[in-house]
Design a protein around this ligand. Structure first.
Ligand SMILES: O=C(O)c1cc(=O)[nH]c(=O)n1[C@@H]1O[C@H](COP(=O)(O)O)[C@@H](O)[C@H]1O
Length: 238
């Protein structure tokens, strides 16, 4: 079912608001808990999601020195979530340390280790900003690919990338490297702060394993109808 490939972020401030979304969207099987909700309320929402048999993407985007990143990944892996993020710009040493720490944390808690995936380049950054703000002299697709390859070589399970780069990453990194794409916008939705977008159908056709789609659904006047429209768009895609 293609709609099992859509992850909806709980980008809200309170557990009550998160539960309201869960109730409005009972068909969503995979939810993302990110910085806003986790910083406000801690791990409480993870238990709510587990009690409803939902899959969980814990998107805490760790970025620090190897020892600190490893400690954070070890701790996060004890929650028994399905996906966990760190930034590829942590560098190779931290990525390797994080990959090991994920296994340690999960085995300490006797849970399945999460798939550890690295942000290649945030989907809110344009080619121009990559050059002018981040002072990266490479072309954006080449930079994203290099970040994904470093993550793969460091033992990570996959990467987060924009759908505009996913075909190239899929071709180079292979079928076993998980590719998760935010920056997904149906034709009828506002882009907001997202710069490198594709539609849901085009993102899946380009090879994304999962799509992260937030505001087009969660900020819609009727989230259930927005969800249905997106499911309709992707229904014939595998
Ligand atoms: O790691 C992420 O999920 C992420 C990486 C990235 O490069 N861009 C990005 O938008 N995200 C997340 O994906 C979600 C996108 O939400 P919408 O822009 O509302 O669809 C947000 O929760 C972001 O935190």
């Amino acid at each position: 079912m293609p709609n099992n490939k859509i992850i909806v972020p709980l980008d809200v401030a309170t557990v009550e608001d998160a539960i309201a979304l869960l109730n409005q969207l009972p068909e969503v099987t995979f939810w993302k808990v990110g910085l806003e909700l986790f910083t406000n309320t801690g791990p409480q929402i993870l238990e709510v999601l587990k009690s409803r048999q939902k899959r969980i993407f814990l998107d805490l985007k760790f970025h620090d020195i190897p020892n600190t990143v490893a400690g954070a990944c070890r701790a996060a892996s004890r929650y028994g979530v399905d996906l966990l993020t760190i930034h590829s710009t942590n560098g190779r040493d931290a990525l390797k340390a994080a990959a090991e720490a994920v296994q340690e944390g999960a085995s300490q808690a006797n849970v399945k280790p999460p798939k550890l995936i690295a942000i290649t380049l945030l989907t809110s950054i344009s080619s121009r900003q990559l050059a002018s703000d981040l002072h990266v002299p490479l072309e954006l697709p080449e930079y994203a690919l290099k970040m994904a390859l470093m993550a793969k070589e460091s033992g990570l399970d996959g990467a987060v990338c924009s759908p505009q780069e996913v075909a190239q990453l899929h071709q180079t990194c292979g079928n076993n490297f998980l590719l998760v794409c935010p920056g997904v916008r149906p034709e009828w939705a506002d882009k907001g702060d997202q710069k490198r977008t594709f539609t849901p159908a085009a993102s899946l056709q380009a090879g994304a394993n999962y799509l992260v789609i937030g505001r087009p659904i969660t900020s819609a006047e009727n989230p259930a109808i927005a969800w249905q429209k997106i499911c309709e768009e992707v229904k014939n895609l595998t």
